[in-house]
Design a protein. Structure first.
Length: 291
């Protein structure tokens, strides 16, 4: 006798949850990354966890600067920079300034699966500096706090320390005209020299704001800073105002024309009378009459 068969659906396992997520596991043998639950379930920003997972999946030597990460993610520099600072504060990420064999100083980024870098794969410590005779030959030592990347300072204050305040004020006020023109501290520092050049050429803040915000596209294909940089670079500077004229120099008085009473020739004199030729002739006649 054949075994009875049934097309009815199998009953769910007694231990299966009735609410929440149910995982459908697939055993991966390639192209996967192991991330600790402490990182994946970290409370806080989802951008921070996403950046951490992306960096963990990259091979050694891949660029992880703010610019490189912004090219991959849709978030801007402010959120990406904040995520890197949070990972650095939590101990997952460390940025060190190290000297290469050629003598150049480079910033290298280390990413740890476990905060603090515990484990056999912890990168070696940089060599301790040896006491040198002169300060110029002293190799850089490792600071207690991780040194920030030179082109990506963690705090906006050092970036704008030597930037013209008037140019920065013009750039930061652009958002009042167009809310999309939100700039980070690094972007404002990069654009400030061009705005300073415009101000020095005699263009006022109101004119600069109008030139940078008029007829903007409905959608930006790049960061707003890129659009502003293009306009600052491609818009010709106005013609500088003419140099002030020198003060008026006192000129000699030009006498009016008169008609000679003797020969009716025109000559310049304060009033009517005779021209020089007639005066000379009359003088000679008077002398002959006297003699």
């Amino acid at each position: 006798m054949a075994d009875p068969q049934s097309n009815a659906r199998l009953r769910a396992d007694a231990g299966a949850p009735t609410t929440g997520v149910i995982h459908v596991r697939t055993r991966l043998t390639a192209d996967f990354t192991v991330i600790s639950n402490a990182l994946a379930q970290r409370r806080g920003s989802a951008v921070t966890i996403g950046v951490a997972a992306y960096i963990a999946s990259l091979p050694d030597g891949s660029p992880v600067t703010i610019t490189a990460l912004c090219e991959h993610f849709s978030e801007g520099e402010i959120l990406i920079s904040r995520a890197l600072r949070e990972l650095e504060a939590a101990g997952y990420l460390e940025r060190r300034r190290e000297r290469t064999p050629t003598g150049q100083v480079r910033t290298r980024t280390y990413f740890y699966d476990v905060p603090g870098g515990a484990g056999p794969e912890d990168p070696p410590e940089p060599p301790k500096p040896r006491r040198a005779r002169t300060a110029a030959r002293t190799p850089p030592c490792r600071d207690t706090a991780p040194a920030p990347v030179p082109e990506e300072p963690a705090s906006p204050a050092p970036v704008l320390a030597h930037t013209a305040p008037e140019a920065v004020e013009v750039l930061t006020s652009l958002r009042r005209v167009d809310p999309r023109l939100v700039l980070s501290a690094q972007e404002a520092a990069r654009l400030a020299p061009a705005v300073t050049e415009w101000l020095a050429a005699g263009v006022g803040p109101r004119e600069i704001t109008e030139l940078l915000t008029v007829r903007l596209p409905d959608r930006f294909r790049a960061r707003p800073a890129g659009v502003l940089a293009f306009r600052l670079r491609e818009t010709p500077l106005p013609v500088p105002p003419p140099a002030p004229l020198p003060p008026d120099v006192e000129r000699p008085v030009v006498l009016p024309f008169q008609t000679c009473d003797g020969c009716e020739r025109a000559f310049r004199a304060p009033g009517p009378g005779h021209c020089r030729s007639c005066r000379d002739r009359l003088g000679e006649e008077q002398l002959r009459a006297v003699g």
